[in-house]
Design a protein around this ligand. Structure first.
Ligand code: 6PG
Length: 242
């Protein structure tokens, strides 16, 4: 599972793996190592998506102090928990139906703003307070081909949020509401790990990591204190350094 290449410039860590399976193994190990820290209780923020899901499937087979772990969801679709598109449902089925950690799913309701406010209130119950508000521990994020991360899509209103940690976000090109962690909450995390795989992501990864861009994934990576990018070779194909 050793990375095919790794790189760190003190601003972020980049590890490139031969394929998505090795990437998922390494991501699971990174989550497990974080959870074994001597933290009072580790918190992990988990995104939806196929790449993160593969890592969660690996994680359930690893030894963690699950009784101390609190897990939350970085973003949710406008669907109930038992819907196939629910991120909370996917994380529960992939991981928390199998391990005894404390999982905090998002409860969707027709009033998107109320659902987001209710979840933010839930987060305050277990995310430690940091200098500027809630401070997540480790957060796992995926990246879309458009540079979105969580459900912070380019040119959507949630990107303007400077105070709240979790909001409802209308996504015009999907014609749908999403609930999402905001930039302030994601940037406040003690560690953010981006998981990206597949040749179809090579261009966006190169743009986010080597371009001069304000795409949501680039802002989080640039502003947070300890960003790590775990890629497979296909997703790293557009990078000069890889
Ligand atoms: C979602 C996710 C989203 C996802 C990326 C990457 O709700 O879909 O939170 O941000 O992580 O779109 O997904 P893939 O890894 O499946 O490309």
């Amino acid at each position: 599972m050793a990375p095919a290449a790794s790189y760190s410039d003190g601003l972020m860590r980049l590890r490139v793996f031969s394929d998505a399976a090795n990437l998922a193994d390494a991501a699971a190990e990174e989550l497990a190592a974080w959870s074994r820290h001597d933290l009072a209780y580790p918190t992990i923020g988990l995104a939806g998506g196929n790449t993160p899901r593969l890592a969660y499937d690996r994680l359930r087979r690893l030894r963690l102090p699950w009784d101390r772990v609190h897990a939350w969801v970085t973003d949710e679709r406008a669907v109930p928990l038992d819907h196939p598109e629910s991120n909370s449902g996917m994380i529960r089925q992939t991981l928390f139906d199998h391990v005894p950690g404390s999982f905090h799913p998002v409860s969707w309701s027709e009033d998107a703003a109320a659902a987001a406010a209710a979840y933010e209130n839930e987060l305050t119950r277990f995310l430690p307070a940091g200098p500027g508000g809630m401070q997540p521990g480790l957060v796992v994020l995926g990246v879309g081909e458009d540079g979105h991360t969580a459900s912070l899509f380019p040119e959507t209103a949630a990107l303007e949020e400077t105070r709240r940690g979790f909001v409802a976000n209308w996504v015009p090109h999907l014609a749908a509401w999403r609930l999402t962690a905001t930039l302030p909450l994601l940037i406040a995390a003690r560690r953010v790990v981006f998981l990206v795989s597949g040749r179809h992501k090579a261009d966006i990864v190169a743009e986010v990591l080597e371009g001069d861009t304000d795409l949501p994934a680039a802002i989080v990576s640039r502003e947070t204190r300890d960003p790590a990018w775990l890629l497979d070779r296909d997703a790293a194909a557009g990078l000069g350094a890889a």
